[in-house]
Design a binder for this molecule. Structure first.
Ligand code: FNR
Length: 341
């Protein structure tokens, strides 16, 4: 299986197979505040991650590049990022590190979003030289390093040796002059893993929780003998946020995994995230080139978030992170059994 046809299949299966069962965010309830004492005009949704200022708490998360067909997708995403004022991560650049003829499929995002924030992306097999090259390739403002062990294990042609990832991440952090964000791709992040990453000096952790795009299911569609019992493997987005936010010394937190509306965004921010990542919900717009509709979708997310922040009397994201929450259901049980309060 070539890397190029794998990229095409990932996009096709991501559109077809849909999502995991639950991100757990429905277990997170706000306590209604009938005396918020502010005007909607006061609400300010700006935020920051790893020292980078973001005008919106929504990041278009890493999806693609590295195959000719993905040029158009990254072009659409670049236009969306520019028009909606969002940061954008490109998909794994390993394809272009190995084959320079594919560089344009990533660089198009920078061409369309010349002054915006762009994140480079590689896996934890990357060396410091590869990391430097990926950042230079798109003049990136940060580097994402993705961790996707379970995806690789289910992927028929996937990696089987996961030794040394932490040491390589630490080396990359020490040589790069842009912030490093370590992310999962939909299996979530534990407190223990997050602590190790924090000790390596990463600027931010993207929890990439279970509940959105389901890479177990996507890879199982590509297997002759599917490992379907693993389809709901992982830590939900809500539980992952509780895990990582419970660390005393923590990097900035990005919440990804099934985020679709302003209430999901508000819940993630209230659980301690500084911003959210959205991938799957933007994919169809990008594949079909419906950029104007995608921009309207982002504006509706901003409006929904602003309404919720107004109702809660939280004019800033820092204040939203302080509002009281009630955690119920499976997420409550998870947190209790894991000793997270
Ligand atoms: C991804 N994702 C991803 N992540 C990454 O770090 N590098 C990559 O190359 C890719 N590739 C990729 C392709 C496609 C088609 C999709 C849909 C996703 C994972 C993505 O960044 C995100 O973590 C997950 O998709 C979960 O977010 P959503 O989709 O539930 O919003």
């Amino acid at each position: 299986m070539s890397r190029t046809s794998r990229k095409r299949e990932h996009v096709e299966h991501a559109l077809a197979t849909g999502q995991s069962e639950t991100h757990g965010l429905d277990d997170v309830k706000f306590v209604h505040n009938c005396l918020p004492d502010l005007t909607m005009q006061q609400v300010d949704i700006r935020t920051s991650i790893g020292g980078l200022a973001l005008s919106s708490p929504i990041v278009i998360n890493a999806m693609t590049g590295g195959a000719k067909e993905t040029y158009n997708i990254n072009q659409s995403l670049g236009i969306l990022a520019r028009e909606a004022g969002l940061a954008l991560a490109v998909g794994s650049q390993m394809a272009a590190v190995k084959d320079p003829s594919l560089v344009d499929t990533y660089r198009i995002a920078r061409q369309e979003h010349p002054r915006g924030l762009l994140f480079a992306n590689l896996g934890a097999e990357a060396t410091p030289d590869m990391a430097r090259y990926a950042v230079e390739m798109i003049e990136a403002d940060a580097l994402q390093i993705h961790l996707n062990v379970m995806q690789e294990l289910i992927m028929p042609e996937g990696e089987r040796d996961f030794r040394g990832a932490l040491r390589r991440i630490e080396e990359i952090v020490s040589v790069l002059d842009v912030p490093v964000i370590v992310k999962e791709v939909g299996f979530g992040m534990s407190q223990e893993a997050a602590k190790q990453l924090a000790e390596c000096g990463v600027a931010a952790i993207d929890v990439g929780g279970r509940g959105g795009t389901n890479f177990a299911r996507i890879e199982n569609m590509r297997r002759v003998q599917p490992l379907d019992m693993l389809n709901e493997w992982g830590i939900s987005t809500a539980a992952s946020l509780l895990e990582v936010a419970s660390l005393s010394e923590k990097p900035d937190i990005v919440a990804t995994g099934g985020i679709k509306n302003g209430l999901d965004i508000a819940r993630c921010l209230a659980l301690g995230a500084s911003c959210v990542g959205i991938a799957g919900a933007f994919l169809r717009y990008a594949v079909e080139g419906r950029t104007e509709e995608a921009v309207k979708y982002v504006h509706s997310l901003h409006e929904q978030l602003t309404i919720i922040m107004t109702a809660l009397g939280a004019p800033t994201i820092a204040m939203l992170q302080q509002v009281p929450l009630v955690i119920t259901g499976e997420t409550y049980h998870w947190a209790t059994l894991r000793g997270i309060d």
